[in-house]
Every structure is written in structure tokens, then in C-alpha cells.
Design a protein around this ligand. Sequence first.
Ligand code: FAD
Length: 426
Amino acid sequence: MVSLKEVSSAIKDLKLSNGSSEFGGSGISKYLPVSDPTESFWQTQHDELKDHRSTEHLPEHSDVVIIGAGYAGVSTAYHLTKDHGDATQSITILEARGACSGATGRNGGHLRPDLYGHIPTYVDRAGLRAGAEIAEFEIAHVKVIKKLIEEEKIDCDFTLTRSIDVWCNEEAANNAKAIYDQLVASDLEYMNDVIFHTGEKVESICGVKGAIACASYTAGTIWPYKFILHIIKLALATGKVNLQTYTPATSITPDPKGGFIIGTPRGQIHANKVVHASNAYVPGLLPEYENNIVPCKGICCRISVPEGTTVPLLNNSYINRTKDKVLSYLVPRADGSIIVGGAAATFYPYRDQWYNNVDDSVLIEAAKDYYTGYMQRTYRGWENTGAKVDKIWTGVMGYSYDSNPHIGVVPDKPGQFILAGFNGHV
Ligand SMILES: Cc1cc2nc3c(=O)[nH]c(=O)nc-3n(C[C@H](O)[C@H](O)[C@H](O)COP(=O)(O)OP(=O)(O)OC[C@H]3O[C@@H](n4cnc5c(N)ncnc54)[C@H](O)[C@@H]3O)c2cc1C
């Protein structure tokens, strides 16, 4: 098997050829995943399919070539085989690194629909029904994932829980309450699942020191890497899917005879249709997205306590807006450890550290120490637990200009589809 190092140096040597959408106008490496990413906690339990190649050489042809093996690419393969099996006989997934090595394998594991955080923005832009549809879609997503996990018996530490939004800052708490009241007054049915607390008992309800308001509603948590690797197994088991890891797509050229020729450092593959599921990296092959989908880094970590230490039970997932005006998402795990990330306010001013940046091999300097002592300073009863960060990593999201994903046919490029621009809202 060709090593990642060899692939990386082959990419560096690539020459741009005429007539193809060879990696963007901005240089090949700018939009290619780096070869030595930080390792997330989720990826420490390696899966046998991590470096999988279904065949030694690339197939000559596939009905569909999917670029990227994260949530978007793998679920596309799964649904094409499950729901449209007769129409699609062959699919090849090209993945630049290991399977699920992008944002999906390095996120917070939070399945949290947004019921009211960003919804007023969408309501302002397009009206109440349009805003509500986004919330309803996200709520439906949690239920569908739960059903899929049960049906396919996927071992991925899934929980159906309540997520608690916490505000420790008075102005932000007042704003949140006003938005909550406005959405309740709009008679949105899903708001029945939200309970908003203010007053003296808030701190005891959520356990966060200095909390002024909190709200809870249904959400889920998941081990995203295990989930996606299981879905890949199911897709491969159909016999119609060929997974090629460490095989970046580096060019797409229309074939005069029909379809497309996709170039990689390991040779070419012909496809009738191409699905761009590379999220943050999409502008590499579709330069027209350069201003619309921008790679932006995030940071996440795992906090654990010394063996034998009993910690106060955290039964919910969280979004904490602490007094320092920093927002963090937090997922407690059954093993007593905590996954926590966010802290965007700490690194926002340092754009070179996170904006238009695909380098998930380095931590975000301005945020890398933020979670040291986080549990002790944030949660009641955690002061003497010895909780400390035992794993910290970065990942790259595809921030779209209007925070919405781009899904469908690539404009003016029939036969090419896009499924990208996932910001990963909190
Ligand atoms: C630190 C962090 C925390 C997050 N927390 C959460 C959370 O708690 N909850 C949540 O819902 N979301 C969260 N997100 C966002 C979420 O992870 C993403 O929205 C989601 O994973 C996007 O999935 P995807 O399949 O579109 O992209 P990815 O998972 O990034 O997959 C794209 C794949 O394409 C591959 N690729 C790129 N270019 C090429 C090429 N040229 N050829 C072949 N392959 C290529 C990449 O290697 C990658 O594997 C978080 C993201 C980060 C970074």
C-alpha cells in the first residue's frame, strides 16, 4: 500500500493540466488535507477499515465517485445503495487520508438541534415557517439517527439526552429569554420540548457555577467515528462500494465521451457522476466555492479524572456560555470523561490561526490552554477531582457565507453534485 507520505509528495509534484478543474487557482496544497493531523480521542480506537482499500488498484469506472469519507460522503454511499440500489451499481469513495479522518472523526459528538439559537436569524431572512423548518429538520435528524442506530445495531455510545444551554452573563441571558418568549408566542409546536429556567435555582438545576439562566431540550450524543465506520461496513457489504483511502482526488475533467475523469496520484477513474463531499476542502476542486465555503478550524479535547476518582454525575450535554463570554459545547461520557470544545471567542481575533486554514496538524495557539482546569472552574463539585485534559485536537469545518450547507447539483456543472458547507453550529 502506498503510504500517506508518498501520496503527499506525489501531490506536491502534480502539474496542472489544461481543461480540467485541477486544484483551484490557489495552489494544490491549500485545499488538501494535511498528512499528519492531530489525533482525536474518537480515533484512538482504530478501526480495521481506517486504511482500507477495497481493491489494490482504482477501478476503471464507477457509476458514482464520492470525494470524502465523512458524514456526508459515507451517508451518501449508504443511501445510494440502500434506497437506490437498482439505479446505482458501482460507487467509489475517494478519501485523501484515512476513513473518517476529517471533521466527522474529530468533532464533539454532540447531536444537538438548534431550536432557538440561530432560528430568529432565519426567521428574519425568510419568515417564520422557513426558520421553523430548519429547526424541525434538525430535530428530525436526531430521531432518524436514533432509529438507524437501533435498526443497524451500531455500537457508538449513542445517548438520547437533554442538552442544557447555560448563560452566566446577564445580558446574554436576557436576550436568550426574549428570543425564547418570542418563539413560544409564535406557537411553534417544537418549543413544547424546551424548558427555560431563570431565578435562584438555576445553578442547582444545571450545576454550572454562576449560571443565571438555562434551558433544556432533547438532543443526542454519539461516538461519530464508530458510527461512520459502521456505516462504511454496511455500504461495503452490498458489494457495490469500493473504498479507496489515502487517495485524494486532484482533478476532474469532463470526458468528451460522457461522464468525468477523476485524477488521483494513484491513477484515474471514470465516473458518470461525481459527489463532492469534502466539506472544508471543496474549493480545491470547485474554485467557484472559494468565497462561499471557507475552511475554518475548531478545537476540541477530552478531560478525564485520575483512576478511582468519583465525579459528580453529569447527566446532560451542555452549551455553556461562561462569565468570560466564551461558549463551549460539552458531552459527558459514561466512562466519566468529558468531551469539550468551542472556545471560539479566545481565538477569533487571531485569524491566521483558524480562518481559511486546513492545517489540523497544529492546535489553535490562542485556545490550546483554555480547557486546563475547565471542569474545576465551571462545575459545582468538580474542584478537587484532579480533572485534566488528556487529549486535545483540531478539526476543519466548511463555513458557508450564509451558514447554510450547499446541497444539490453544482451550478453549471451537470453530473457533479455538492454536499458541503457544514459549519457545525453549536
Ligand atoms: C472541532 C470540531 C467540533 C465539532 N463539533 C461538532 C459537534 O459536536 N456536533 C456536530 O454536529 N458537528 C460538530 N462539528 C462539525 C461536524 O463535524 C461537521 O459539520 C461534519 O463532520 C462535516 O462532515 P463532512 O462529511 O461534510 O466533512 P468531513 O468529515 O470533513 O469529511 C470530508 C472528507 O473529505 C476528505 N477530503 C478532502 N479533500 C479531499 C480530496 N481532494 N479527495 C479525497 N478526499 C478529500 C477529507 O479528508 C475528509 O475526510 C465539529 C467540527 C469540528 C472541527
